[in-house]
Design a protein around this ligand. Structure first.
Ligand SMILES: C[S@@+](CC[C@H](N)C(=O)[O-])C[C@H]1O[C@@H](n2cnc3c(N)ncnc32)[C@H](O)[C@@H]1O
Length: 139
């Protein structure tokens, strides 16, 4: 089996991949972090503000940029994709893949035993989510 490793901006590289040529996508795109709810003035909030600004400017956060999702669907033989995300992103991915494309789905959870005790009016950040979507017969 031939392995082809491409390094670069996924927004550019995805466009070069032929239709119906990919068996599986496993992706860990940027998480959508809402600074204002994370106590916008905290040291943590300040430290990630510039990254958030860049992501917003590139329109990457919102649904991993719908055009990227469209590209991912275009290149897959059958929809068969794992997407790491945070809780805030779950509804938009479900809307896109389940409501929009009729996919089956599952939610996988990575439970961490050593989470930092940063509560700040939310549940302990001791887990990450990985959504799985498929459509059609995927082996
Ligand atoms: C949630 S992190 C994933 C981290 C990765 N799983 C790791 O262990 O290093 C999201 C990553 O997406 C990268 N990224 C953001 N926009 C991108 C783009 N247009 N093309 C490729 N990577 C991008 C960021 O630099 C960041 O490293």
């Amino acid at each position: 089996m031939e392995t082809n490793l491409l390094q670069g901006d996924c927004l550019e590289l995805l466009a070069q991949i032929p239709d119906n040529s990919v068996d599986l996508i496993v992706t860990d795109p940027p998480y959508q972090i809402d600074n204002t709810k994370a106590g916008g003035k905290s040291a943590l909030a300040k430290s990630i503000q510039s990254m958030n600004n860049e992501l917003e400017a590139a329109n990457i956060c919102d649904g991993f940029n719908k055009s990227v999702l469209d590209q991912m669907v275009r290149v897959m033989k059958n929809i068969n994709v794992y997407i790491w995300c945070n809780a805030k992103q779950i509804p938009m991915y479900l809307k896109y893949f389940v409501e929009g494309l009729g996919c089956a789905f599952d939610v996988l959870v990575w439970v961490k035993t050593n989470a930092a005790p940063l509560f700040n009016n939310k549940y302990l950040t001791d887990k990450e989510y990985c959504l799985y979507f498929r459509r059609g017969g995927v082996l």
